[in-house]
Design a binder for this molecule. Structure first.
Ligand code: AMP
Ligand code: ZN
Length: 455
């Protein structure tokens, strides 16, 4: 039985799909105005684990991920500059070039982290008519009002607005934290914004009698319904999306589609923060990207491994010392797995497999599943085939370990050195004896024109 924590009900629940053995999953994608930082990537690794756990439980996952390439403003409360136009000014490229470049950089990051590709990628700018149609539906149903700068959703028209974030229990005085502009209520949000007449936007479309562009939230409702229908299983993102983006997606979708709940399970990944709880920003000085990691000689998969060691709903602190230690831990794991491969012994791992499944099905408890893997390696209960099966979840590419990736343990290196000397002395019988000794430790040595090759 797979149990997951549902932000909507605030409970850990048994997962039941709408259609037998099929899951429709929507994950909010990146805003492509800059490189993704490792915080963003934590959320995408968490979602990858979710998808792999669903697949491990024999669900066929139909996964849609969007690319936000328009409409996400620097201020969540519908003010500020469009992040894409800002990126364009920063780099002296068009907003379209910025979007293309950072979308490709993001997709490369996903590959490096061994994150499975979604079934469908979709871009906000490719789905403008769908977004306009959805806004029109909301206008027709009487959920909106028009101001000088856009078309807004009137949140007071819904009795349960803010249920995801428990907003009803939180005080929010008009104008206190939100620049109200012409908004009627502090939580009201833009479905469609009109272009500012003082500014020439690169991305704008003719709709509702003026030039304008979509609000950030409408894209996810329009694209998820296009690909997954009006009612689907799971929707994910990072925790920062709960109070505004996801809350507003729910409001506009439930209003438009007459489906309640619109999505059955909402799952959110906690943040990774820098020392002293400092928030990461994509463009600030404190931005750490996957490239920063590789430039320091550490591997993206070590970062994945680092993330798996903490439950996705726990805040995690990033430090270079911790990542370096994880890199050594990963090499150690690879070494152990390689030995298992060479030994090629089968164990009865039925109980171990059941325990592993129980852990990952307990709201994706990867730290506990990893601890089990390490214990089973120590106790020699696991075999190579079982490691590979568990790696379907972990995604550490344990099936791709080559000997060159493995640091030869010091005892084996010592024997190799002795053998090199024996061959120099033309002591062939000693050389053969040492070869056998090395073999007994799980390594095969070959003599090539470049010297001894260990596999
Ligand atoms: P963005 O590219 O800003 O639209 O964000 C992409 C994803 O990264 C969203 O799901 C965010 O919730 C998530 N996110 C942003 N910062 C962090 C962080 N420090 N840790 C984990 N996830 C984050
Ligand atoms: Zn979204």
């Amino acid at each position: 039985m797979l149990k997951i924590y549902n932000t909507l009900t605030k409970k850990t629940e048994e997962f039941k799909s709408i259609t037998d053995r099929k899951v429709d999953l929507y994950t909010c994608g990146p805003t492509v105005y800059h490189y993704a930082h490792i915080g963003n990537l934590r959320t995408f690794v968490f979602e990858d684990i979710l998808k792999r756990v669903l697949e491990y439980n024999n669900y066929q996952v139909n996964h849609v991920m969007n690319i936000t390439d328009v409409g996400h403003l620097t201020d969540d409360a519908d003010n500020g500059e469009d992040k894409m136009e800002k990126g364009s000014k920063r780099e002296g490229k068009t907003a379209w070039e910025i979007a293309k470049f950072y979308t490709e950089a993001f997709q490369k990051n996903l590959k490096e982290l061994n994150i499975e590709s979604p079934t469908t990628w979709c871009k906000a700018t490719d789905n403008i008519p769908e977004q306009i149609a959805l806004v029109q539906t909301l206008i027709d149903k009487g959920f909106t009002y028009k101001t000088n700068d856009g078309i807004y959703f009137d949140t007071t028209k819904l009795s349960d607005y803010g249920k995801l974030a428990n907003l009803a229990n939180q005080e929010l005085e008009a104008g206190a934290r939100v620049d109200m502009g012409e908004k009627k209520n502090p939580h009201d949000f833009a479905l469609w914004k009109f272009s500012n007449s003082n500014e020439q936007r690169q991305m704008e479309w003719e709709a509702f009698g003026k030039k304008g562009f979509p609000g950030w939230h409408i894209e996810c409702s329009a694209m998820s319904s296009k690909y997954l229908g009006h009612h689907f299983d799971i929707h994910c993102g990072g925790i920062d999306l709960i109070p505004v983006h996801h809350t507003n997606e729910i409001a506009q979708s439930e209003a438009a589609f007459d489906e309640k709940p619109w999505v059955n399970y909402w799952m959110h990944g906690e943040f990774i923060v820098l020392k002293n709880d400092e928030k990461m920003s994509k463009s600030g000085d404190n931005s750490v990207t996957l490239d920063t990691i590789t430039e320091k000689g550490l591997s993206p998969l070590a970062y994945r491994f680092f993330l798996l060691q903490t439950h996705y709903r726990k805040q995690l602190n990033f430090s270079w010392e911790a990542l370096e230690a994880t890199q050594s831990g990963l090499e150690n794991l690879r070494e152990k797995v390689l030995k298992l491969k060479n030994v090629d012994k089968k164990n009865d791992t039925t109980k171990l497999k059941a325990e592993f499944l129980e852990k990952i099905n307990d709201d994706l408890n990867t730290p506990s599943a990893l601890a089990l893997v390490f214990d089973s390696l120590k106790n020699e209960e696991i075999d190579y085939e079982t490691v590979l099966q568990f790696d379907k979840i972990l995604g550490l590419e344990l099936d791709k370990i080559t000997k060159t990736q493995v640091e030869v343990p010091t005892d084996v290196q010592k024997l190799l050195d002795e053998r090199k000397q024996a061959r120099k002395n033309k002591n062939w019988s000693e050389s053969d004896r040492l070869r056998d000794e090395i073999k007994a430790l799980g390594y095969t040595v070959e003599d090539t024109s470049k010297g001894q090759k260990i596999t």
